[in-house]
Design a protein around this ligand. Structure first.
Ligand SMILES: [Fe+2]
Ligand SMILES: [Fe+2]
Length: 137
């Protein structure tokens, strides 16, 4: 699977971060498939965990700045994602398998990026058109 521009939510800085997380998940999948030694897999998992926390904090700050009405609900979803990353790390430590990744990928990407993040992006594009749709070619 490859990142596709149709995955973008229309806010450049956020899309760049989503793409980075997407690629880290692919790197982890690849590392699991190659049966890399634990320290390599662990390196990617640490990157994922740190980068995910950074991304969620950036989004939460943005939602605060734009006064997104459902920011509390969105932040709750983020708290759950952080828990899931920790769970994923543990699962992969005990049993490096693609199955563990699929569930997380679906929750983060299909349910969150392509759904919940799009909800706030629609609000941003309506209230702050200058912040969205400014994608460089
Ligand atoms: Fe996001
Ligand atoms: Fe989000």
């Amino acid at each position: 699977m490859k990142w596709d521009s149709s995955f973008a939510i229309g806010i450049d800085a956020i899309d760049t971060q989503h793409k980075q997380i997407f690629e880290l998940l692919l790197a982890i999948e690849n590392s699991v498939a190659k049966r890399d030694p634990w320290h390599i897999l662990h390196f990617f998992l640490t990157e994922l965990s740190d980068y995910m926390k950074f991304h969620l904090a950036v989004e939460e700050a943005l939602l605060e700045i734009v006064r997104y009405p459902d920011r509390a609900g969105h932040c709750d979803l983020h708290a759950r994602l952080i828990e899931q990353v920790a769970k994923l790390e543990n699962q992969l430590k005990n049993k490096p398998s693609g199955e563990n990744l699929v569930g997380f990928f679906e929750d983060w990407f299909l349910r969150h990026v392509l759904a919940s993040d799009r909800d706030y992006a629609a609000y941003v594009s309506k209230q702050f058109p200058a912040l969205s749709g400014a994608s460089s070619p």
